[in-house]
Design a binder for this molecule. Sequence first.
Ligand code: ACO
Length: 393
Amino acid sequence: MTERYARLTGWGRYVPEKRLTNVDLEKMVETSDEWITQRTGIKERRIRGEKDTNTSMAVAAGQEALKVAGISAQDLDFIIVCTSSPDYLLPSAGSLVQDALGADCGAVQVTAGCSGWVYGAVMADALIRAGVHNAILVIGVEIVSYGIDYTDRKTCVLFGDAAAATVFQASDQPSGILASELGSDGAKAQALWVPGGGSAWPISPEVVEQRQHYIQMDGPEVFKFASRVVGSSLKRTIAQAGLLPEDIDLFIPHQANARIIEAGARFMRQPIEKFYMNLQYYGNTSAASVPLALVEAIEEGRLKDGCKVAMVAFGAGLTWGSVVIQMGVGEVSPAHVLFSAGRARYLAKRARETVLDTAQAAWCPFIPGLIRGGVPSAVRFALKILIKHLCAT
Ligand code: ACO
């Protein structure tokens, strides 16, 4: 029997329009853009709009991924929706997405905190390699904002909402997941949890009054765990794939905190430029974080056919997971070209927003500069601020 591989053939994303910036948060809790940027690297995050649901966001990302793969929902054999923020406790997010997509296959929800998508991808790989299924959609989707206490500055600055989807299909060409590791340390469950609202402590006025239906997090404890596990798990999985860190073209870590990613890069003795980061735009989008970074890295042209990418995630549980994937993007459908054009439009929009923000930042000091030293000094001062702002963004 020829060996089967789970090839990555499709990818897509959905991020809500609404942006919550560090400056917005300064008005909500006692924090500052400077503190958030220095301690986390995050500048803004997306928050779901009125019409966005866990299902609608998952479906939008899933449809894009199916178009890139060049298959329809009817061609899917299985759907794995990775989330900790489903629309309902019952039924599973998987069934809702299966119905909304018009697919005719099994579907399941995987909950492993921010490690969710890595867990889902490893399961899809195993099902395809074993010959059980041929085409599996794996979606990471979160509306984390619903579980955030926006009076708690320790958590509310970190998280955002997003969805990202991937299609894995059976192939006889060596590609897809080369090696993986999944881990869990439930002894540290209370470092990151929602104590109230489950069957252990059902929702009640007392739970709500004590704000125990919101995410509670021991930030430094999670930080220590994450800084250790990012590098060590990556190292083990890369070795299991028979590779060295130098053989990896791009590292895609969970987008929780730039300092955790930097610690991982130091541990791996790899340049930080090889570690993809988009957390400045989205914050920590939990199970959507790693696939969202993967989709953006592909669309930015950082992952070509044959490239090896190592991904690692960590989160509530405490869980972690890492995978090494060999890209096989040579056979993508023409739809990918269309979606790349959409991505170019998005990047142009983001550049326009940066220019406008920068202009605003330069305009504010221009007026006092004008009053103090006339037009030349005001222009000089504004230019200085402009350059500083552009370097920071
Ligand atoms: N603004 C200003 N000050 C703040 C803020 C804030 N938003 N948050 C905390 N502080 C204060 C604290 O109150 C504390 O003040 P004190 O010294 O007077 O008591 C001080 O800053 C230092 O607080 P620490 O918590 O020690 O700060 P730290 O450097 O550890 O950074 C952070 C906190 C960013 C949360 C960090 O611990 C972290 O990133 N941890 C990992 C969290 C994470 O990744 N969680 C997601 C896991 S994935 C999942 O499954 C959801």
